[in-house]
Design a protein. Structure first.
Length: 347
């Protein structure tokens, strides 16, 4: 209970920290918060065990922290430091860390599930008792690719759990306008696998459903779809003031905050005292202060590093991934062409 609370609070506090840093111009790229839906990511991430793989969406920081990702790695990544997981070349959580069982988001929505199916298939082929879990927004679940991924995982009985997060909005599109289903848990009906609907803002309910679905997958009984009912309390990202969201809807969901609800539960049923929870929040703040100072003192990548680990279609003229001249690399286009020619001739 204490670990779950700590993870919930860490997720929120770290995102708040990132928001402040975004406003100070420290964050390079976008910031997509999970305010109001932290319980789904934390509950699912906490149910995974060593050796399992998780594929988060941009809004599942809580699952990564539950998997043991150090907040400093998150801060490094968002501030594009040289030592960050993407070496300063990408932001948010678009990183894959095989040793931690993390498959990063893939921007064309729905695609990530298809890739994770390959990971799940490899576990089954090798007869390893490992399982996969991934998240999809209800918007992503409307893509053809998502349907292909779900159909394949179900047909092959892959050891995978898909968590469909019904948070009501996909950017500015309300969920009722993209599906005829009244209950989103009905979307799983067509795939012939168990579908479990949960209150996505109740971390214990999410954890129980995830643990059961993962055990099922581990036992060789195939995929489960969990539909978590929740709400995106902020805009799509920092640039989106969510003016299209009715105020009364926000007000109603504010009353159903996942962290406040869990605090009330812990205190009311005597699991934790209010002062213990306060101590946890203070510890998290101290940890984040330290982590922020440490990371901001780290350097950005050297300009030369812009050329390493980047892949593009070198067959086209120029260098497709640069928008203008790179200082110090005036002859880059020529060198890229020479390299392509040499490679083609060499092979
Ligand atoms: C195939 C595809 N279409 C559109 C986009 C642009 N896009 C990125 S996130 C997003 C909204 C996603 O909504 P949802 O899947 O419900 O997740 P949420 O943002 O609500 O967590 C859109 C439309 C994309 N990345 N890929």
């Amino acid at each position: 209970m204490r670990s779950l609370y700590r993870l919930l609070w860490l997720t929120r506090a770290l995102e708040e920290r990132l928001e402040t840093m975004f406003k100070q111009g420290q964050v390079v790229g976008g910031l997509y918060r999970s305010l109001g839906q932290e319980a789904t990511a934390v509950g699912c991430g906490y149910a995974l065990t060593e050796g399992d793989w998780v594929a988060p969406s941009i809004r599942d920081l809580g699952a990564l922290l539950a998997r043991g990702l150090d907040p400093r790695e998150v801060l490094r990544q968002y501030t594009a430091r040289a030592g960050s997981l993407c070496r300063g070349k990408d932001n948010t959580n678009h990183f894959t860390v095989p040793e931690k069982g993390i498959l990063g988001p893939i921007s064309p929505l729905g695609t990530q599930l298809c890739v994770l199916n390959g990971v799940a298939l490899s576990f089954r082929t090798r007869r390893e008792p490992r399982v996969c879990l991934t998240f999809q927004g209800e918007g992503a679940s409307r893509t053809g690719t998502s349907h292909e991924g779900l159909a394949m995982a179900a047909a092959l009985e892959l050891p995978i759990v898909v968590v469909l997060q019904h948070n009501r909005w996909a950017f500015g599109t309300p969920s009722h306008s993209v599906a005829a289903v009244k209950q989103w848990s009905d979307v799983a009906g067509a795939y012939g696998v168990p579908a479990v609907g949960v209150d996505g803002n109740d971390v214990l309910q999410v954890y129980d459903a995830a643990a059961e679905a993962l055990a099922r997958a581990r036992a060789g009984d195939g995929m489960t779809i969990i539909v978590a009912e929740t709400y995106r309390m902020l805009g799509h990202a920092q640039h989106d003031g969510q003016k299209y969201v009715p105020e009364q809807e926000l007000r109603a969901w504010r009353e159903h905050d996942p962290i406040r609800g869990f605090e009330d539960y812990l205190v009311e049923f005597g699991f934790e005292s209010a002062s213990t929870l306060e101590e946890i929040r203070t510890e998290v703040a101290v940890e984040l202060d330290r982590a922020t100072d440490e990371v901001l003192a780290e350097s950005y990548p050297a300009a030369r590093e812009a050329l390493t680990g980047v892949y593009g279609d070198q067959a086209s003229a120029g260098v497709p991934w640069t928008r203008g001249p790179v200082p110090g690399y005036e002859d880059l286009a020529r060198r890229a062409r020479d390299f392509t020619t040499a490679t083609v001739e060499g092979s």
